[in-house]
Design a protein around this ligand. Structure first.
Ligand code: TXA
Ligand code: MG
Length: 328
């Protein structure tokens, strides 16, 4: 079973044990402001191999490498002017940049899945201190079994991967609750590969450019991990519900009751005050709570497609997508 250390009460012990475990080539679950990550030394192929094994993740799906500062990032990737501007504005924070890998980078090709680019992010919070102390980038996907809901608490990580892991650092619930926004700059175009915890409108305001969505960019799936079915709870998922069937779990938004919810197995509201940030922070924990109820179906009320709503709806569409082995 994993040792769980609370970083708020024992920060020194947490840092020391995390670095010791990482040096030994073992993954450590670390808190970031987006979701909990399953982190390993990005320069050590054995350590990275253990991440793929623990998650059951396909090896063609590259990992984001997390850095503590710009100097660390620059040892591994080259910044174009727009990417640099974005990093300066939004790091540390929920933004991942896809950048050309430098020939001299010590990041192992297993982390980048053999691509000539690397996803790089400077996370906020305790994980950044871990990376700074460790001194090398940490490759870290979300700390969940591949295809399942990302963890926003140490307890989520323990329930999913606790018997495979040596160490989980507990820093309380994740502030943002959605994975990072991923963008790739090509020439003077900014392409959105995954909506996430940084509102795309903030990127557009800073740069004065329109961020190209996958559809408008005319691209197939560009982040190899963006598989149609993902974030899948055990229960079926029904979107844009305007009423509730008896025995369903309801997850709604905005504080307004839906017809039939008195017969629901469970009713949760992502943000009674209609705050999309609060909704994002609650989303994955509520999905897990609804999934643990007796309900065979989770119905979601409508969520506005603006601001962080774009990323929330992206996750819900994947949660509702047909799973492997199911008819489409
Ligand atoms: O907030 C986050 O981003 C969290 C925390 C732990 O940092 N990490 C995370 O990692 O969500 P993961 O592995 O669950 O998702 C990473 C996504 C995948 O869809 C992967 O395909 C994409 O990033 N990705 C990584 N490197 C890439 C690259 N070089 N080019 C395109 N997509 C890349
Ligand atoms: Mg993930």
């Amino acid at each position: 079973m994993a040792l769980i250390i609370d970083t708020r009460t024992e920060p020194d012990r947490a840092l020391a044990l995390a670095c010791e475990t990482l040096e030994a080539g073992l993954p450590v679950a670390i808190p970031t402001e987006t979701v909990y990550g399953l982190a390993a030394d990005a320069t050590n192929p054995d350590a990275i191999g253990r991440i793929y094994e623990m998650k059951g993740r396909p090896r063609f799906n590259p990992l984001i490498c997390h850095v503590a500062d710009f100097a660390m990032a620059e040892r591994h990737v080259t910044f174009d002017p727009i990417s640099r501007r974005l990093a300066e504005a939004f790091w540390p924070g929920p933004l991942t940049l896809i950048l050309p890998l430098k020939g001299e980078s010590a990041v192992h090709s297993l982390a980048s899945a053999g691509l000539d680019t690397l996803g790089v992010r400077m996370p906020d919070g305790f994980s950044r201190a871990v990376i700074a102390r460790f001194g090398r980038p940490l490759a870290a996907p979300s700390a969940n079994t591949s295809g399942k809901i990302s963890p926003t608490s140490a307890a989520h990580v323990e329930a999913d991967l606790g018997d495979k892991l040596a160490l989980i650092l507990d820093d309380g619930p994740a502030d943002i609750g959605l994975e990072s926004t991923i963008v790739k700059v090509e020439g003077d175009e900014i392409r959105l590969l995954r909506p996430g915890g940084l509102d795309v409108a903030d990127i557009e305001r800073l740069t004065g450019r329109t961020v190209l969505r996958a559809e408008t960019a005319g691209a197939a799936i560009e982040a190899p991990g963006m598989l149609a079915s993902h974030y899948a709870p055990g229960a079926a998922v029904r979107l844009d519900a305007t009423d509730v069937q008896p025995g369903e779990a309801l997850i709604r938004f905005g504080g307004k009751p839906l017809p039939g919810e008195d017969k629901a197995a469970l009713v949760l509201d992502l943000s009674p005050a209609s705050d999309l940030r609060e909704a994002a922070a609650n989303l994955f924990a509520y999905m897990k709570q609804a999934d643990a109820s007796s309900a065979g179906t989770i119905a979601f009320g409508a969520i506005p497609n603006e601001g962080l709503g774009e990323a929330i709806l992206d996750r819900l569409e994947r949660a509702a997508a047909p799973r492997d082995g199911e008819a489409p």
